[in-house]
Design a protein around this ligand. Structure first.
Ligand SMILES: NC(=O)c1ccc[n+]([C@@H]2O[C@H](COP(=O)([O-])OP(=O)(O)OC[C@H]3O[C@@H](n4cnc5c(N)ncnc54)[C@H](O)[C@@H]3O)[C@@H](O)[C@H]2O)c1
Length: 326
């Protein structure tokens, strides 16, 4: 089975590439993965071809995605903070390139599975305490608007029979390994990741700020599930709110204390950033996600397990976590 992944040099894509090479899709081995990104895919494997290019480049798409491509996972994006700061770039990559990509696939006439990732930023304005599956999208940022336009394109290209699409509204991922990124939610990983590495973390929002979160492992599980899912189960409604955990920043820090001890949490400094606070506060922080659960998508058990899984991944590298409490 041949798969194309845009944004293949990014965080979720790199994890997904490894997962698909190891596990295949619905019991079928993945024989070839072609990634397109401005940066190379870090996974070195004979089955992976990493194309370093713009996802909106038609010649590149012609080279990367053919009638043999059974599925496309479209992860390339300008993320929230950057899309807000650079309106033109966000519009060009998040909308224009998505349309170019869908048009290229339409011309193939093969109706492959197309997985797109949207976000909690699709919602905003006056929201119920828990977002329901039919709560209307009312984004309050350029990124959110661009994601909703992507969702609608995926739905309409599916309705017309050009792709077999599914959009996952992915919760904020925490704990994301590596360096901070330009997402407004970057701190939701930084306040765990940096202290565990012995580095001070700045938290730009208050301890009361509540967020809708998912671990990287669950996100990858859910993306792989979306690749394998029978499209007829989705009917005409191709956008799915993924399950997640509703957690306050204070609870996240408590979980870090439970998993790694007090000294680590002292490396977190609160320094309000009104711009970030405004964006993050506009996002919903709790969902019912009834439909997603019925379709087999999953959430994490609790935030302490998320912190522990991150610590296991980095191998308890910080001197501050030599003897974390059990
Ligand atoms: N991580 C999260 O918390 C989260 C939550 C909801 C949705 N998402 C969505 O999931 C997807 C993957 O997220 P991520 O966290 O791995 O982000 P990421 O920033 O690590 O990856 C995105 C990749 O897109 C690439 N890219 C940007 N512009 C491009 C262009 N013009 N051409 C080709 N590649 C380009 C970047 O180089 C980057 O490697 C994104 O679409 C994001 O909006 C992420």
């Amino acid at each position: 089975m041949q798969i194309a992944i845009t944004g293949g040099g990014g965080f979720l894509a790199s994890m997904l590439v490894r997962h698909l090479l190891d596990n295949g899709v619905a019991g079928k081995p993945v024989t070839r993965i072609i990634t397109i990104d401005l940066v190379p895919c870090p996974v070195v494997d004979a089955r992976v071809e990493s194309i370093v290019a713009d996802v909106g480049d038609r010649d590149v798409l012609a080279r990367a995605i053919s009638a043999q491509t059974k599925a496309i996972v479209h992860l390339a994006a300008v993320v929230s903070g950057q899309a807000e700061a650079d309106f033109d770039l966000g519009m060009r990559v998040n909308i224009d390139a998505t349309r170019v990509l869908l048009e290229h696939i339409r011309a193939l006439g093969t109706r492959p599975r197309f997985v797109f990732t949207s976000s909690v930023a699709a919602f905003g304005g006056k929201l119920p305490d828990r977002v329901q599956d039919d709560t209307r999208a009312l984004p309050q940022s350029s990124y959110g608007v661009q994601k909703v336009i992507g969702e609608l394109l995926v739905s309409d290209y599916t309705r017309k029979g050009y792709v077999d699409g599914i959009t996952l509204r992915v919760p904020t991922i925490s704990v994301r390994p590596g360096a901070p990124n330009k997402a407004a939610s970057s701190f939701a990983s930084g306040i765990i990741r940096e202290p565990l590495a012995g580095v001070e973390a700045v938290c730009p929002v208050s301890a009361e700020m509540r967020m809708w979160l998912q671990s990287p492992d669950r996100a990858i599980h859910n993306l792989a599930h979306a690749l394998a899912l029978d499209g007829s189960l989705l009917g005409n409604d191709r956008t799915v709110n993924l399950p997640g955990l509703s957690v306050s920043v204070g609870t996240m820090i408590d979980a870090l204390r439970i998993a790694a001890g007090d000294a680590v949490t002292r490396l977190i400094r609160f320094e309000p950033d009104p711009a970030i606070e405004r964006i993050v506060a506009s996002w919903p922080n709790d969902f019912d996600a009834v439909r997603a659960k019925a379709l087999g998508f999953v959430a994490d058990e609790d935030y302490v397990s998320i912190v522990r899984a991150h610590m296991a991944r980095i191998g308890n590298a910080s001197p501050l976590t030599q003897n974390p409490p059990a």
